[in-house]
Design a protein around this ligand. Sequence first.
Ligand SMILES: Nc1ncnc2c1ncn2[C@@H]1O[C@H](COP(=O)(O)OP(=O)(O)OP(=O)(O)O)[C@@H](O)[C@H]1O
Ligand SMILES: [Mg+2]
Length: 155
Amino acid sequence: MEATFLSHGPEETEGLGQGVAELLAPGDVLALCGELGSGKTCFVRGMARGLEVEEALVASPSFTLVNEYPGRITLYHMDFYRLRDLEDLELIGFWEYLGQEAVVAVEWADRIPQAFPSDTLWVHFSLVGEREREISFRGEGEAGRRVVEGLLRKG
Ligand SMILES: Nc1ncnc2c1ncn2[C@@H]1O[C@H](COP(=O)(O)OP(=O)(O)OP(=O)(O)O)[C@@H](O)[C@H]1O
Ligand SMILES: [Mg+2]
């Protein structure tokens, strides 16, 4: 399943993140890809709102590698920018986070694509203009179908 949206500003990207969060279930994994400044953290800020996380908590995890935000569903926010291989993931305990009743969102997921389960929802961000971002969702598993169908229904 696939769906593509055009965002015209940060608040729209946050709104999309919030809309996605409303469709999520514990155990869902989102792999976020796209160049610097393409809106991945902005999208996660919106997800946090949809998961009823205190938004003030949401910061870019580029240095901390993993941020944990308690909410309606716990959100683990990670960044693979500085990571290289599965061994690095072992060190941060990646697979232990996946096994929890939480939502996991990973920036720079395409650094280590082999880390992700087949049910992962892939989200690609690209810069179209100064304020325009193309955001596309793709998922072959149950979560992908649920979220993409839900987004298309919302319009
Ligand atoms: N439509 C848009 N959606 C999201 N961000 C936008 C948009 N238009 C402009 N921006 C700006 O682009 C930047 C996006 O930053 P953000 O930190 O979300 O990117 P990122 O993909 O997480 O980058 P990094 O790879 O460095 O973590 C912000 O400064 C934001 O204000
Ligand atoms: Mg970021």
